[in-house]
Design a protein around this ligand. Sequence first.
Ligand code: ADP
Ligand code: MG
Length: 256
Amino acid sequence: MSLVVEGLSKRYSKGVQALNSVSFCVNEGECIGIVGESGSGKSTLGRILLGLETYKEGRITYHGKPIAPRKRSDLRQFRKRVQMVFQDSTSTLNPKLPIWKSILEPLDNFKEITPSFIKVEGLSRKEIAQELLEIVGLEKDMVDRYPGELSGGQKQRVSIARAISIEPSLLVCDEPTASLDVTVQVQILRLLKQLQQHTNMTILFISHDIRAVSFLCEKVMVLKDGFMVDQFELSQLYDDKRHHYTKALIQAARID
Ligand SMILES: Nc1ncnc2c1ncn2[C@@H]1O[C@H](COP(=O)(O)OP(=O)(O)O)[C@@H](O)[C@H]1O
Ligand SMILES: [Mg+2]
């Protein structure tokens, strides 16, 4: 097991119980979808996994070690392995920088990493950014553009390029397609799927959209009001024993 979450609870200071004893595990290279309506605790879970939010109750280990350590020096090692893609790429991409500089930020932070997609030595930094753009299906000559000159889908591809640049072993995506047009959503999901198939990356894919989750993930976890009400392999999506809430989500999405 690469990621193991046991009995995770989170209570915000104002008394909101965002997570209630949530447990699940993910194997290396697997994609797990966390689905639930707005306010169900999905982002809280994602932020805790990234070390952006604290928690008091529960245990999270990643390859046997506690996740998101408190010590700064350990946090650096953690960031090397765990990356994220958010719904809103404007928080990831600095509008004042050409995109190649934003793309290279993680690699600049971890100069010791030489990603396997760099096949030849002596590439300039911009050429490395171009390689990454190609991997996410964008034209190389886009490197000099600014975020404001890109469409929503293109910006999200750039955010993905940036996140995968250091070849993380875990990628947390929080509603990465939620602000995109439906056709562009499908393209981004295809890209994530393709990346997952060609790497050994574990993906935690957070979405309110059970269609997106069922397209991408082999494991699904359903959150409702901070409780994990259902958890299953995708092949069991239509089983009669699915929780009634899962059935309602399926019906609302009209995928049955
Ligand atoms: N920083 C915060 N302080 C207090 N309550 C919060 C905070 N962030 C989220 N919450 C609350 O926790 C619950 C879960 O929120 P969230 O994890 O963002 O859900 P989701 O991502 O599924 O929409 C909601 O009731 C939300 O209002
Ligand atoms: Mg959210």
